[in-house]
Design a protein around this ligand. Structure first.
Ligand code: FES
Ligand code: FES
Length: 128
């Protein structure tokens, strides 16, 4: 995705399935793309952060906007993966409270420790 398609939103962090920086959606389900061969998903819809908001010149996706509104990032390296995972979490119905959000976002690490703001952003997005 990054080198052939130029989609540099998904990040290569650990390359071991442990950090979540590479998270994308396949048919709406989150996966760690670093552990996934493209040929395993032929014919399926793969969504990266680039495709989340639809029109690149249009409005941000509500989860993207919530991350901006709540300062839910510092360096931003983990952010595309956090947002993709948060979108799936909301679709899965796992935003009941802070503890549930933390549990279901536990596969996405943030070395800047923006966790409180990430939880606040997801909570806000869940209410929209
Ligand atoms: S780069 Fe894929 S989980 Fe870390
Ligand atoms: S914002 Fe820097 S790693 Fe998460």
């Amino acid at each position: 995705m990054r080198e052939t398609l130029g989609l540099t939103g998904p990040k290569k962090g650990c390359d071991l399935g442990q950090c979540g920086a590479c998270t994308v959606l396949v048919d709406g389900r989150r996966i760690t793309s670093c552990l996934t061969f493209a040929l395993m998903h032929g014919g399926r819809e793969v969504t990266t952060i680039e495709g989340l908001g639809g029109d690149p010149e249009g409005d941000l996706h509500p989860v993207q906007q919530a991350f901006v509104d709540h300062d839910a990032f510092q360096c931003g390296f983990c952010t595309p993966g956090q947002i993709m995972s948060a979108v799936a979490l909301l679709a899965e119905g796992h935003a009941g409270d802070d503890d549930e959000i933390r549990e279901w976002m536990s596969g996405n690490l943030c070395r800047c420790a923006a966790y409180p703001n990430i939880v606040a952003a997801i909570t806000a997005a869940a209410g929209r």
